[in-house]
Design a protein around this ligand. Structure first.
Ligand SMILES: Cc1cc2nc3c(=O)[nH]c(=O)nc-3n(C[C@H](O)[C@H](O)[C@H](O)COP(=O)(O)O)c2cc1C
Length: 163
């Protein structure tokens, strides 16, 4: 089974987790870039607003050819209890028919379940089948701790069975 990990990460936590998943699950990996600036206080306010309103954004790459993949992981930070605009935008441009999908979020405290619910609806609307979901809390965790958390999730959810 060929696996692709698609992620967006603004401050690096979702990226670390995605890389650990890719390494351990022998998956390809692609980062989605949000072409709107998201750093700094003012941009973060706009980011929350955009996520809350479920606004689309400009992304790179603008779409992905998933033809060669059977299993797709999609990872996003939680923003205002919603998926990041970059991840919402890429999902809406992808053909997920006949794809198994695993959704994951990172967050500091809350909103993971609501975000997963939103993503699940979007994936289903594109024809995908969600087979697993998980959320990792990132507050006060350094890189090593995040890596360990990602490795634990692989074991706890037995993610290697999808390989
Ligand atoms: C604009 C913005 C909105 C956020 N909203 C939430 C939220 O609603 N709930 C939460 O627990 N964390 C929230 N966070 C924190 C991030 O979800 C968390 O730090 C995440 O792990 C960051 O992932 P990243 O490093 O991959 O960008 C928010 C962060 C930003 C920048």
């Amino acid at each position: 089974m060929k696996t692709l990990i698609i992620y967006y990460s603004e401050s690096g936590s979702t990226e670390i987790i995605s890389k650990v998943l890719a390494y351990n699950l022998n998956a390809d990996i692609v980062m989605i870039q949000d072409l709107k600036p998201r750093d700094g206080f003012k941009n973060r306010l706009t980011a929350s607003f955009d996520a809350f309103r479920e606004n689309k954004t400009e992304i790179y790459p603008p779409t992905l050819n998933l033809e060669n993949y059977d299993l797709i992981y999609i990872g996003t930070p939680v923003w205002a209890s919603k998926p990041s605009p970059a991840i919402s935008t890429i999902i809406d441009s992808c053909d997920l028919r006949r794809k198994d999908v695993i959704l994951f979020t990172t967050m500091t405290s809350s909103g993971g379940a609501a975000t997963i619910e939103k993503l699940e609806k979007k994936v289903k609307a594109r024809g995908g089948r969600v087979v697993e979901t998980f959320t990792i809390k990132t507050k006060d965790k350094d890189m090593n701790r995040l890596m360990r958390d990602a490795e634990s999730i692989i074991d706890i959810l037995d993610l290697k069975i999808y390989k």
